[in-house]
Design a protein around this ligand. Structure first.
Ligand code: UD1
Length: 319
């Protein structure tokens, strides 16, 4: 089996590529990755190109691709509010072109990287896959639209099947330290900012007056190795699925302050932080009901918060 991973040089894609048993082909324009892929992913065939119909067709012509894992896309909530059209045009058009190429070449299996953001901020945690989706920013809206488009394809093309994985917050890194969460430019997500704060760039904790035990937001973080493995489980099981959505998270919330404390204890370092204003659009509490994935595939994440913090730090402390 050969799989195509779009956006395969990013944080999640690189971990999937590293642990996949299948031959991996990657298309990635490196817009948000500076991975030295020749060194870090020596077994993958990599095409540094935009996700466009003609580029994908060229790959499908030359490789016997069986399944596509579609991760490519812009992912900053903030940027999507500043430049919504860039998000709609980039994320949606590239997905449609990918699907058109898949249909043309009769490649019928797809795993799509969706996000917990599709639940919006009105649903009550634990969040279940059958809850109504709600867009609260253009980035989240692109995820909802792409899920819908994929579902339409599954309904209309008889052999086409797909899974949308709704990721909660991936953190951590491969334990050999070769891969990690290093976006281009300034990171925006919590864990890389916690790491940076140890080196002196003070972290602002957004809000300490939320209705939670310590006043900071509750999130559901998952080790990126668990998340990568969840894709491989789906790969094995796509034959028995037409279309479905699954949450991938740890299934329990941890507050920003608790995560900071866990990080400090696991790594014996000091996180430099101060409290700031709430960030617009943040839900107070967001964590997954993970029973659907667990029951369907008999699989649960292995890593706890301590190991997530340890691996996030060991990957970054030397870089
Ligand atoms: C965000 C996006 C989500 C996206 C995910 C991964 C929203 C509403 N959701 O999730 O769609 O899939 O990133 O890219 O934006 N925090 C701080 N200080 C910081 C940064 C974060 O206190 O400098 C807090 C946030 O308030 C939040 C938690 O840390 O409570 C996690 O934030 P973040 O890593 O940005 O992820 P989410 O906002 O949960």
């Amino acid at each position: 089996m050969t799989i195509l991973i779009t956006g395969g040089l990013g944080y999640i894609g690189s971990h999937i590529s590293k642990i996949a048993n299948e031959k991996v082909v990657i298309i990635d324009n490196q817009s948000n990755s500076q991975l030295n892929y020749k060194k870090k992913l020596p077994n993958a065939e990599v095409f540094i190109e935009d996700l466009k119909y003609k580029n994908v067709c060229k790959i499908f012509k030359n490789y016997n691709i069986d399944t596509v894992i579609h991760l490519a896309g812009l992912k900053s909530v903030n940027d999507s509010i500043i430049s919504p059209l860039e998000y709609y045009s980039n994320n949606i058009i590239s997905s449609v072109e990918l699907l058109q190429a898949m249909i043309k070449f009769k490649i019928n299996k797809l795993i799509f990287s969706s996000s917990a953001t599709v639940y919006g901020n009105k649903n009550k945690s634990p969040l279940k896959e059958d809850f109504l989706t709600q867009s609260i920013n253009p980035y989240g809206h692109t995820k909802i639209i792409i899920e819908d488009i994929i579902q339409n394809c599954c309904a209309s093309y008889s052999n086409f099947s797909a899974i949308s994985l709704r990721y909660f917050n991936p953190i951590g890194a491969h334990s050999d330290g070769s891969l990690g969460d290093r976006p281009k430019g300034r990171p925006l997500n919590l864990m890389p900012l916690i790491v940076d704060s140890v080196f002196g760039k003070k972290l602002t904790v957004f809000g300490n007056d939320y209705p939670t035990a310590d006043g900071t937001c509750l999130r559901d973080y998952i080790h990126v190795m668990d998340l990568a493995e969840a894709h491989l489980i789906c790969l094995k099981n796509l034959n028995n699925i037409k279309y479905d959505t699954f949450n991938v998270g740890l299934g329990m919330g941890i507050s920003v302050l608790e995560l900071i404390k866990t990080f400090e204890n696991a790594n014996k370092v000091k996180v430099n932080f101060e409290f700031g204003e709430r960030r617009l659009g943040d839900a107070a509490i967001s964590y997954a009901d993970t029973s659907k994935f667990k029951n369907r595939f008999n699989w649960s994440p292995k890593y706890n918060y301590k190991s997530m913090c340890r691996d996030s730090w060991s990957q970054n402390k030397n870089n």
